[in-house]
Design a protein. Structure first.
Length: 210
């Protein structure tokens, strides 16, 4: 597939200001007492969760199956620079492979990360099969992790996609919100608005007078 490339350009400073005035976003989490990271087993679920992580400016990492060394290292490298409690929300399938993918990622992060972290599987789990009346699936016997899953979790499986999207987003919203001091969040929103307006005013002052 052929592509055409062209550098970004604008008709003038007025056009440029209008383009970038909403682009600035302050990193609230640098000043908050906790750090939150969301990890999803697959892209489809990451897409469902993205409106929430975007709302709160939280990192969202889709695994797309078993993770590479570079993927795990990049996350561990980020966490090692954070000097505050780290909280992870995980979303994945409740089946032999899904549970193993989660455990593999978590254990490798513990090996590479110098910081401790909490890890919560928000979905899907055995209780949610009943809570959301999900159609239970049967684990595949040919999966080499089959027997261990049966011994630890029973004979029912479920895909995280089976939980309604709004419910998944609600779970995540509540999880993130518990780590946000409301007064501090509102103060940072006010600071962000002032900084954004100051930036726009500065750019507008550079516009040539007519």
């Amino acid at each position: 597939m052929r592509s055409t490339y062209k550098p970004s350009s604008w008709s003038g400073l007025t056009d440029y200001v209008e383009t970038i005035q909403d682009a600035y976003r302050k990193d609230f989490w640098r000043e908050l007492p906790n750090y939150v990271h969301v990890i999803a087993e697959k892209d489809a679920i990451a897409g469902v969760l993205h409106p929430v992580t975007d709302k709160y400016d939280v990192r969202l990492s889709p695994l797309r199956g078993y993770v590479s060394d570079s993927f795990v290292y990049s996350i561990a490298e980020t966490w090692n620079r954070i000097e505050k409690p780290i909280h992870v929300a995980y979303f994945g399938d409740f089946d032999p492979s899904g549970m193993n993918i989660e455990q593999d990622c978590k254990s490798r992060l513990r090996e590479l990360c110098d910081r401790d972290f909490t890890w919560v599987r928000l979905g899907v789990n055995a209780n949610q099969i009943r809570e959301y009346d999900l159609l239970p699936l049967v684990p595949k016997k040919q999966d080499r992790r089959y027997q261990r899953f049966i011994d630890e979790h029973g004979s029912q499986c479920a895909e995280v996609d089976a939980i309604p999207a709004n419910e998944l987003r609600g779970m995540l919203d509540r999880f993130i919100h518990q780590f946000i001091p409301q007064e501090e969040w509102e103060r940072l929103q006010a600071v962000e608005a002032i900084e954004k307006q100051t930036f726009v005013n500065t750019l507008q002052a550079l516009r040539p007078s007519r």
